[in-house]
Design a protein around this ligand. Structure first.
Ligand code: UDP
Length: 317
């Protein structure tokens, strides 16, 4: 079976592409390398350097399905340059769907996000929660979720959107490599390698047990497995949405403690102001995907996620 993986040179896309190859699929990666890395495309995958806007030149009737990761994904940048997010994420996805319709490729698994929900009314968040994104990144992903719903209803697409919470860890030798790092675990590990002096905690006055924000971290290997299940679950004329998290939250202090245990480094912290746009608590209910696709996280322990990320970091320094 032949699959197109857009964004397969990025963090999650490269791990999923490797997992698909291991499962015996033929994989072609489409990525413009704007944030991805050529050496993150797994050996064994074909590679096409192209924008989503040029999907029509790549998507042919030979493909049995698409896993769609290619996107801009920085919340802060999406507020400063929203046009990038509308063009890449929304117009790019529309070009991909047009190409798929023309080539009669009728299966897609889409990389959506917890940012589609915005500030939660209650936690854990399930898929019936209202969607009120607080930034353009979340709006652009929600627009694509809606686009997939319409395409399924009108043109028979079989689509699954997976709404990720906080992805962590490494797998198949691929991990997080952002030019400008803003995420908690990679930053904690940069302190451990000496690349930074300290980690700034974004606020200690949140309404949480230790005053720092709580997030639901999911191991990238567990996330990758969910994509293979979702691909099998794509049904013509249907669009399904599943949350993907562990259902348990860890505070910023708890994550930093895990990084200290794993690395043996003291990881000094300084408490700074709150980061604009951060909700206090984001925890997923993943009951729907557990019940319908029998997905279970194999690595819910924060120490395992941090240890795998640490091993990846050390392999590159
Ligand atoms: N965070 C922090 N210091 C940092 C980076 C992140 O205190 O240097 C906090 C951030 O405010 C949030 C949590 O860690 O509460 C997770 O942030 P991250 O950027 O990793 O993921 P997000 O939840 O924003 O997708």
């Amino acid at each position: 079976m032949k699959l197109l993986v857009t964004g397969g040179a990025g963090y999650v896309g490269s791990v999923v592409a490797a997992q698909l190859l291991e499962a015996g699929y033929e994989v072609t990666v489409l990525d413009n390398l704007s944030t991805g890395h050529r050496d993150a495309v797994p050996a064994g995958a074909d590679f096409v350097a192209a924008d989503l806007a040029d999907s029509a030149t790549v998507v042919t009737a030979d493909f049995d399905g698409v896993l769609h990761f290619a996107a801009k994904s920085l919340v802060g940048e999406s507020q400063q340059r929203p046009e990038l997010y509308w063009r890449n994420n929304v117009c790019g996805s529309l070009a991909l769907l047009d190409a798929m319709r023309k080539a009669a490729v009728r299966r897609i698994v889409f990389s959506s996000t917890a940012a589609t929900y915005g500030e939660p009314e209650s936690v854990p968040i399930d898929e019936t929660a209202s969607t009120a994104p607080t930034n353009t990144y979340g709006h652009s992903k929600l627009a694509v979720d809606r686009m997939l719903g319409g395409e399924a209803l009108a043109h028979g697409l079989g689509a699954v959107s997976l709404r990720y919470f906080n992805v962590a860890g490494a797998h198949h030798g691929f991990g997080e490599r952002h030019a400008v790092e803003t995420h908690l675990i990679p930053i904690a590990l940069q302190v451990a390698t000496g690349e930074r002096d300290k980690l700034v905690v974004h606020g200690e006055d949140w309404p949480t047990p230790d005053g720092t924000c709580v997030r639901d971290y999911i191991h990238v290997a567990d996330l990758a497995r969910a994509h293979l299940l979702a691909l099998d679950a794509c049904q013509p004329w249907s669009h399904r949405i599943y949350n993907l998290g562990n259902g348990a939250g860890f505070s910023v202090h708890e994550v930093v403690e895990a990084a200290r245990r794993v690395t043996g480094h003291p990881i000094p912290v300084e408490v700074g102001p709150r980061r604009p746009g951060d909700p206090a608590v984001l925890v997923a209910s993943s009951e729907r995907i557990r019940a319908e696709l029998e997905w279970e996280p194999a690595h819910p322990e924060i120490d395992v996620m941090v240890a795998d990320a640490w091993q990846f970091t050390r392999s590159r320094t």
